[in-house]
Design a protein. Structure first.
Length: 438
């Protein structure tokens, strides 16, 4: 909307008061083309803007304002040009899907004939066209939803020419290595090679506290593992694997912008995802990323079409850099990783609310607070808990636990983890925060 306003002769300036972020009421003009179908005059929508339109181009009218008075929707029905300053596509916007349907089906007269089956067919064809009949691929398998569905998809085309590699880098969820290997062998029937890379990864990360530096170091180590595996595979089968399959999603690309080698100047790098911005320039692989333009909810739909087990489809997302981005500071210092194992998640499962939450985890904070434990003064670390609801990870709101749950999980953590004497709960939405702390 801001770009339309600026290019067509209006005026955009920095918002007074710092902008608008998260859920807030929007007041609509009922007889507008965009919102004429709406029965309610006030709708809760998801905002994320630091600038605002203060003068509209000629021929445009305001059809919605925020509670603070900012123009958040405009239209020029005669020219068939429309603009929104909020996110209708996210689950936190009330009636967002109806807004999009009205725009696409009624205003644009688009036919609703696009399905995930079409996406699946297109990706299967794209893989077959890209990878030659004798070529081999390595798949970077993390055990999460994205790489699992990507491996299943590519295996459907390539069969035994796909070689999956699972890297144990010491930054995984509790018992993740055994869980992933068992699942792939028993349920998906995909051959997976497990590489123990704990010691080299810890050595690489020792002394690194900057979050971007950690992400890039981890991305570099992953690629080195895949290169070594490629060389060993070539010696074994006499064929060099030149393709690398990754479960990269569109949010990974967006947050890692500007993309390496692009001419983009104005998109900010939110964080370098290890599989995008964290990749070295001398990659030595041709990437196959079937989900690079999809969101996680869409990947889950494809996974269902491919028959991926439900327990994998519903798993909470886990960051590629693993627990390294859940330990603020140097991840290798003694005891930090052990503070983040599965007490929080196990409690969520016990309360039967795992499927209500998009993602939940604990964060180790590099500060100590004074407490009293066993009638003695303690000076121990602080752990923050984070649980959010989302559909695609681009926006998120914090999950509203009951006080009884928070009391219980806090007691469990402070009783079982002696290095921790204080537990906090993060109640910040995305935006202004990201889901992960680093």
């Amino acid at each position: 909307m801001q770009l339309i306003t600026h290019m067509l002769g209006g005026e955009v300036k920095e918002a007074d008061g710092g902008g608008e972020y998260g859920r807030m009421p929007m007041h609509v003009v009922p007889d507008s083309t965009l919102f004429g179908y709406q029965k309610e005059s006030t709708i809760n929508v998801w905002m994320s803007h630091g600038d605002e339109a203060v003068k509209l181009p000629e021929g445009f009218t305001c059809c919605a304002k925020s509670q603070g008075g900012a123009i958040v929707a405009i239209e020029n029905a005669a020219a068939n040009i429309y603009g929104l300053q909020f996110h209708p596509e996210v689950m936190h916007t009330e009636g967002g899907l109806e807004m999009l349907k009205n725009f696409l089906l009624e205003i644009c007269q688009v036919k609703a004939d696009w399905t995930m089956e079409h996406v699946l067919e297109g990706q299967l064809k794209a893989i077959a066209d890209t990878v030659g009949p004798d070529d081999h691929c390595i798949c970077a398998l993390s055990g999460g939803v994205d790489s699992t569905v990507a491996a299943t998809l590519v295996h459907k085309v390539l069969g035994d020419r796909l070689h999956c590699v699972f890297v144990d880098n010491g930054l995984l969820r509790f018992n993740e290595r055994q869980r992933v290997m068992d699942t792939f062998n028993e349920h998906l029937h995909l051959p997976v090679t497990c590489v123990d890379h704990v010691a080299p990864m810890m050595a690489k990360l020792k002394g690194i506290s900057d979050p971007e530096a950690k992400r890039k170091a981890i991305g570099h180590e992953f690629i080195e593992v895949f290169k070594t595996f490629r060389d060993e595979l070539e010696a074994k089968i006499g064929k060099k694997a030149t393709f690398l399959v990754q479960g990269t999603l569109y949010p990974d690309v967006i947050e890692s912008c500007p993309p390496p080698g692009s001419d983009q100047k104005h998109s900010h790098t939110i964080k370098s995802h290890h599989n995008v911005g964290g990749l070295p320039k001398d990659l030595q692989f041709t990437l196959i990323e079937p989900f690079r333009e999809l969101f996680k909810d869409e990947v889950r739909q494809i996974g269902k079409l491919l028959g991926v087990p439900e327990q994998f489809i519903k798993r909470h997302p886990f960051p590629g850099p693993g627990l390294a981005v859940r330990v603020l500071g140097d991840v290798t210092e003694e005891g930090k990783l052990e503070c983040l194992r599965d007490i929080f998640i196990n409690t969520i499962r016990e309360y039967g609310i795992y499927d209500e939450i998009w993602q939940a985890f604990a964060v180790f904070l590099p500060l100590k607070s004074v407490g009293v434990q066993g009638d003695q003064r303690s000076h121990a670390y602080v752990v923050a808990l984070r649980a959010v609801c989302s559909s695609d990870g681009m926006t998120a709101d914090w999950y509203n636990f009951t006080p009884a749950f928070l009391r219980d999980v806090s007691n469990r953590i402070t009783n079982k983890v002696r290095q921790v004497n204080r537990v906090c709960y993060d109640i910040t939405s995305k935006p202004p925060s990201t889901i992960e702390w680093e």
